[in-house]
Design a protein around this ligand. Sequence first.
Ligand code: NAP
Length: 239
Amino acid sequence: MNVLITGASRGIGKSIALEFAKNKCNIIGCAKSDFDGLSDTKQRVNALGVDCYIDLCDITKEDDIRQFILYATNKIGCIDILVNNAGISYIGLLQDMSLSEWNEVISSNLTSAFLMSKYLIPQMLKNQAGHIINISSVWGNVGASMETAYSASKGGLNSFTKALAKELAPSNILVNAVSPGFIDTEMNKSFDKEDLNAIFEEIPLGRSGKTEEVAKLVYKIATSDYITGQIITIDGGWT
Ligand code: NAP
């Protein structure tokens, strides 16, 4: 199986790459600028005995995506599983946000999933098989204060997932989303110890989630033949 993962240079995307590699899948991964992080992923994936190809690709740019998919299919062949993982957060009051900041969040977190899917679905249709797994967020389900654009992008990604699942089910292509709560990654590096303790008090399991825990869930979904159109939350009981 060949798995394409966006944002594979660190955090959740890197753990997803390693989880699939442990299960003997070949990996193709991209990031926008973090080539060192991608190279580390490649080294660790190769050490597990499977192929890994990496490249820089800004998923907000259609031309980058087209080139990356061409590179991917030349190197590895058809993509069986697409994981739309890369994304950015934005914390701040809505009225202080500029239009370009809004557009950056929506194109990174939502339009990117459209473009990646658009260019990979034809291969999956040929195979009459495939999985698209979108990494959403609990804020896409319930909304977060100071994260309106982020919540809107992930809420949009949830609806995108449900609609596309219905569109592609007759072709045996399964589309799902994973909706993590608070996961220990660089995305949350701005929180200090006091913030973290306050958050952990609200989480019934009393801790942040691990990237490996999200990755295991993504792998399970990708190995199921009868789950589609679902938004699966992994948040320690938080929401
Ligand atoms: P992270 O540590 O900040 O990593 C983000 C990854 O996405 C990096 O590899 C980054 O590479 C890449 N990326 C960002 N913008 C990109 C672009 N325009 N083009 C290509 N790659 C891009 O984030 P994370 O915490 O692992 O989050 C991964 C996903 O999980 C995101 O969609 C996020 O919204 C979601 N999520 C995270 C949490 C959490 O608590 N961490 C909770 C819920 C959902 P570069 O540095 O090179 O840009």
